[in-house]
Design a protein around this ligand. Sequence first.
Ligand code: AMP
Ligand code: MG
Length: 340
Amino acid sequence: MKTIRLQADQPADIAKAGEILRQGGLVGIPTETVYGLAADALNGEAVAKIFKAKGRPMDNPLIVHISDISQWEKLVREIPENARKLAQAYWPGPMTIILPKSDCIPDEVSAGLETVGVRFPVHPAAQAVIQAAGTPLAAPSGNLSGKPSPTNAQTMLEDMDGRIDAVVDGGSCQVGVESTVVSLACQPPRLLRPGGITLEQLRQVLGEVEMDDAVLNPLKEGEHPASPGMKYKHYAPKANVIIIDGSYEAYCEYVNGHKEPGIAAMCYNGEENHLEVPAVCYGGKEDYNEQAREVFEALRKLDELGANTVYARCPEPKGVGLAVYNRLIRAAGFEVLHVG
Ligand code: AMP
Ligand code: MG
């Protein structure tokens, strides 16, 4: 299959993306979080192609993207008051709300669950493509399953060229990590995946919000996660990533004490000056938003460097930093070394 390149600022290209989607094809689309791999959410056959293109396990449900609140009403059984309030506060934006699904959701989307996750993206090109398609779009991140999510069209093509019908190039993503996923299908509401909307922001609107164990911890043997995506090794480059938790001095000492071929560092901006191995930076130490924007590209760059072992600075799990921590700890398969 030849993958067509489309431009987000060309109305004819947006119309073309809409046409491909209406006909049951697959299109890579920019959103504020990461690039998504979209199909018509109401067409089970089209949605099944997403799983094939990504190599995604069939039991991992997809998020449905809308460009209008009236679409949401058709996708879920009902919209409770707290869901409306949350949507009013943070939509359009990087947040997915889980609610009991209506009958129009194909099993491929919900992967056998009784619920569906819905998101209203703020990215103008994402909204334009949904409108052009005239249907809500199911869209997981546009990477091959297990790899870091793409935050620009070029990276998405590295994984998907030849596997999908088209990709819409809308530049780099503003947030850089996938959406916050919050379930309102349980009481109290539960954070299933941290993202650009923080736990504190959810609590401002909802009051009590629990954080699912899987946000910070590996699943125990035989445990079923509330969010199936949390059980897979994820976001991982080819290299073995190890998180080093400790002061900057202790980190440098550890890394410089292990400078063998194939070792690389993943550190904060400016810290590479004291490291004696190849290093890739992933944002300023206190700039959690910048870290979120850069973490996935940094992981891919480490592969380009040919690293086989990566010592990564431990992100601070605060604010949007919680999302960075959640992704990096999965990329590391939960391997954390405490130093200093
Ligand atoms: P991705 O689209 O690649 O960001 O993956 C979507 C994430 O949302 C995965 O971790 C899914 O497990 C999670 N998700 C989607 N729908 C549901 C749902 N109905 N209930 C719980 N988690 C969901
Ligand atoms: Mg994903």
